[in-house]
Ligand binder design. Structure first.
Ligand SMILES: C[S@@+](CC[C@H](N)C(=O)[O-])C[C@H]1O[C@@H](n2cnc3c(N)ncnc32)[C@H](O)[C@@H]1O
Length: 340
C-alpha cells in the first residue's frame, strides 16, 4: 500500500518526538474523520525524547520504538543515517503565552535545544529537515531569536523555507498556529518546494462539534465544580466568555496545560447545558487530529493531556510532508558516500 517509490522510503530521524504527532504525520496511513491519509514514503528509523510518559504512548503506537533520552546526551555520529531530520524543539521559552517568567527565548537553556538539531545536521547532513515551533518564535527576543536560528541552520549547510501554518486551514478542528521551518541541503529541492495550500475554505473548516464525545456529558468528573465556577466569577464576571468554545468553529489552541485546566486560565473549555466541562484526553487527541485508533491509556490522564497538548497535529504534518513528496523528487536515495 502507499507509494513507497521503488520500494525505497526516505529514512527519518525524529528528535523531541514526544508522543509522535510529527512521526505519525510523516509516515501517513491513518484515518481522521472518515478520511484516509495515505502512507507516505518515509520511515522513522530513530526517535528520541526525554519524557518517559510521552515515549510510552509513542511506543504503544508505532512498530519502531523511540528511546527515552535527553537529546543533549545523544552523540550525533551514533544516530543512524537518515534523509530527513525532524525536530519540534521545545517551545516554552519562545512562547508568547509563557511570559511569566518573561520570555527568555534563546538565552534560556531550553531555548538552546535547537542547537542539538544543528549539531546533528552538521554531522549527518540529511537531505531535508523539518522544525516546528510556536508562533512566538517569530517575535521572541524582540524579533532577534528567529533570524539567529535561521542563520544557524544556514551555517549548517541548509537553504530554508519557513511558514506560519494554521491547522484549521488543513482540516484540523483547531486554530493552532505553528511555524514550520523546512531545510534543504540541495538548492534544487529548495527551489522546487512549496508549502501546502490550505485545504479548507472558510466555510468548510472542521467544527469542534465534529470531534466532541457526547458520552462525556454523562460523567461528572469532566465538569467543573460550582466552587470553581464561583471562584472564576469572583475574579471577573464575564471572563469566561473567551474560553468557552463555539462548537460551530474550530477549537482554540489546546496546550500541554490541559491537565491543569482551570476556569481562571486561558485554556479552552466547553459549555454543556449551562455547565462548564473540560475536554477528555480523547477529545484533546481528536482536536489534534490523532486517529481514534491512537492508544493513549498507557499512562495517566494527566500525562495523556500533556503529551497530546505538546504534539504537532498529524494531519497538518501529513500535508507538509506530502508537499515534500509533491514538489521535490524523492526518488534519489541518500548517497552517504557523496557527503564524504
Ligand atoms: C513540542 S514537543 C514535541 C512534540 C512532537 N514533535 C510531536 O509531534 O508529538 C517537545 C518535546 O521535547 C521534549 N524535550 C524537552 N527537552 C528535551 C531534552 N532535553 N531531550 C529530549 N527531549 C526533550 C519534550 O518531552 C517534548 O515531548
Amino acid at each position: 500500500m502507499g507509494k513507497a517509490i521503488g520500494n525505497k522510503k526516505l529514512k527519518v530521524a525524529s528528535l523531541f518526538c514526544g508522543c509522535g504527532g510529527m512521526d505519525l504525520g510523516i509516515q501517513g496511513d491513518f484515518n481522521f474523520l472518515g478520511k484516509h491519509f495515505e502512507e507516505l514514503p518515509f520511515e522513522v528509523v530513530y526517535a528520541a525524547d526525554n519524557d518517559s510518559y510521552a515515549t510510552a504512548i509513542y511506543n504503544s503506537n508505532f512498530e519502531h520504538k523511540c528511546e527515552i533520552k535527553d537529546v543533549r546526551d545523544i552523540v550525533p555520529s551514533e544516530i543512524p543515517d537518515h534523509d530527513i531530520l525532524l525536530g519540534g524543539f521545545p517551545c516554552q521559552s519562545f512562547s508568547i503565552s509563557a511570559q511569566n517568567p518573561p520570555r527568555l527565548g534563546y538565552k534560556d537553556e531550553r531555548g538552546k535545544l535547537f542547537f542539538e538539531l544543528v549539531n546533528v545536521l552538521k554531522e549527518k547532513k540529511p537531505r531535508f529537515f523539518i522544525g516546528e515551533n510556536v508562533k512566538g518564535l517569530l517575535s521572541a527576543n524582540k524579533g532577534k531569536a528567529f533570524p539567529m536560528i535561521i542563520k544557524e541552520f544556514e551555517n549548517a549547510g541548509y537553504h530554508i523555507h519557513y511558514k506560519l501554518l494554521n491547522a484549521s486551514e488543513f482540516g484540523v478542528p483547531q486554530k493552532r498556529e505553528r511555524v514550520f521551518i523546512v531545510g534543504f541541503r540541495e538548492f534544487d529541492d529548495y527551489f522546487k518546494f512549496r508549502f501546502p495550500q490550505p485545504t479548507t475554505l472558510n466555510g468548510s473548516k472542521v467544527k469542534l462539534k465534529q470531534v466532541i464525545d457526547s458520552s462525556a456529558d454523562l460523567e461528572d468528573k469532566w465538569f467543573f465544580s460550582q466552587r470553581a465556577i464561583d471562584g472564576m466569577l469572583r475574579v471577573r464576571e464575564k471572563m469566561n466568555k473567551g474560553r468557552v468554545q463555539d462548537i460551530e468553529q474550530p477549537c482554540n489552541t489546546i496546550s500541554s496545560h490541559l491537565a491543569k485546566v482551570s476556569l481562571n486560565g486561558t485554556d479552552p473549555v466547553l459549555m454543556v447545558d449551562g455547565k462548564y466541562r473540560r475536554f477528555t484526553p480523547r477529545e484533546a487527541a481528536n482536536i489534534q487530529s490523532f486517529p481514534k485508533s491512537f492508544k493513549l491509556d498507557v499512562v495517566s490522564e494527566n500525562r495523556q493531556y500533556r503529551a497530546i497538548g505538546n504534539a504537532v497535529p498529524p494531519v497538518l504534518m501529513w500535508h507538509v510532508s506530502n508537499a515534500l513528496i509533491k514538489y521535490c523528487s524523492v526518488e534519489k536515495p541518500k548517497d552517504v558516500e557523496d557527503k564524504k
